[in-house]
Design a protein. Structure first.
Length: 408
């Protein structure tokens, strides 16, 4: 029913302009922020749990829905203006798709009916294959490069320098993918426990995997063998939600849910397993759900399941401050490149920007990724990524992948 209504509304000439403008340009911003977010992708049937940017070409993004992993090119969307013209086109001109995606398999170049939304440009700039719009049948971005049927993905993580990425699923499988390649290079297993987080080290020489049983598993980066992890740490009694490599690949901070309330722990993986836990913090009473590291200031920013933020000085092993930040669990924390602010995303769909030195709120974006179910919201903001030039990417339970440039 919803799909039929979507198809009907988008074809009505008298409301098209208003419909597309409001769909692709989010104006609901608080605190007098004048920059709009851009919807890069929209899945009308489910959530976008996670995504990652191709390190070799940041306009190519992999995103995971409940059913599949997609790869999309967002070049034209990010370059578009706020003015739109709309046409319905049948994209079957020979070579059209190949010119946009020269490295992608021909299977994705099948002819499909799309609603194509063009930015206002001069005739010389007009590109008939520009596609900001959505496939009317699936709700996906028209500029689709590759889709893989791969259900249950909880986390995607891109290699920091090469065009590869990892996916982690609820069944405990970890796949290494190459962008534009439909089949995985290798599949690792984590003994059947659901994957919560995957992170590469700064240079991509190692990666870690957090799972539902509270373990941290470490692999060599881009390991194409099917061997198990070279090291496993039992970090938290219940669940390990997030972790961060602290400058070196051997020193790691983990956050999770432990019976003894030691929900933030520091590990030195070069020490014997019985001595690897070098410090633990009793904090964030109902569990810690996200963490980010500030290398220059030797700080850890941890988010709690009740929405609080705690900042720790890891040189002196002290808790500096805890403040209430959100009304539900903090799902993601990212720090900007020069470490003067950080961004949090919560389960109620709210994104906030914070001054790191003052631990004060700078700006709030309400309702960014909330999905209402029977008078309550679930999932909210599920993944954040902040580039060096202050472009904030986010995805969540409303099925959207968004981007906005932060002015702080």
């Amino acid at each position: 029913m919803a799909r039929k209504l979507w198809e009907y509304l988008i074809k009505q000439e008298d409301i098209r302009e208003m419909f597309v403008h409001n769909l692709y340009s989010d104006k609901g911003i608080s605190n007098n922020q004048d920059l709009s977010s851009i919807i890069l992708y929209k899945d009308i049937d489910g959530e976008v749990a996670t995504f990652c940017l191709n390190s070799a070409n940041s306009t190519v993004i992999a995103a995971a829905t409940s059913r599949e992993i997609l790869e999309i090119n967002v070049t034209d969307i990010l370059m578009s203006s706020d003015s739109y013209t709309i046409t319905e086109e049948y994209c079957d001109v020979p070579g059209a798709r190949q010119s946009l995606t020269p490295n992608y398999p021909s299977a994705v170049n099948e002819a499909e009916d799309f609603l194509v939304v063009h930015p206002a440009r001069s005739p010389s700039q007009h590109n008939p294959f520009y596609s900001l719009g959505m496939d009317l049948q699936t709700g996906t971005s028209a500029n689709m490069l590759l889709r893989r049927s791969h259900a249950g993905v909880k986390q995607l993580e891109a290699h920091p320098t090469l065009p590869y990425y990892l996916s982690g699923s609820h069944d405990g499988s970890i796949n290494l993918w190459e962008f534009a390649n439909a089949k995985p290079i290798v599949t690792h297993r984590s003994s059947g426990s659901g994957i919560m987080k995957i992170r590469f080290t700064q240079y991509g020489n190692k990666f870690g995997v957090a799972d539902l049983t509270g373990r941290l598993l470490l692999w060599q980066g881009l390991d194409t063998s099917e061997k198990g992890p070279y090291q496993t740490l039992n970090c938290h009694v219940r669940t390990l939600y997030d972790f961060a490599f602290l400058s070196s690949s051997s020193f790691i901070a983990t956050v999770g849910d432990s019976a003894d309330n030691n929900n933030l722990c520091l590990w030195d993986t070069l020490l014997p397993e019985r001595s690897a836990l070098v410090h633990k913090y009793s904090c964030l009473e109902t569990g810690a759900s996200a963490v980010a590291h500030s290398p220059a200031q030797h700080l850890l920013v941890a988010g709690g399941k009740r929405g609080e933020i705690s900042v720790f000085d890891i040189r002196h092993h002290v808790l500096l401050r805890t403040i209430p930040a959100h009304t539900s669990a903090i799902n993601s924390i990212v720090l900007n490149d020069i470490e003067n602010y950080f961004v949090t995303g919560s389960a109620e769909g709210e994104i906030k920007i914070w001054d790191l030195a003052k631990l004060s709120e700078i700006r709030t974006y309400s309702g960014e990724h909330n999905r209402s179910r029977l008078f309550r919201s679930e999932g909210g903001v599920m993944h954040l990524y902040l580039t060096n030039d202050n472009n904030l990417y986010s995805s969540g339970a409303d099925g959207s992948l968004k981007c906005r440039t932060l002015v702080v």
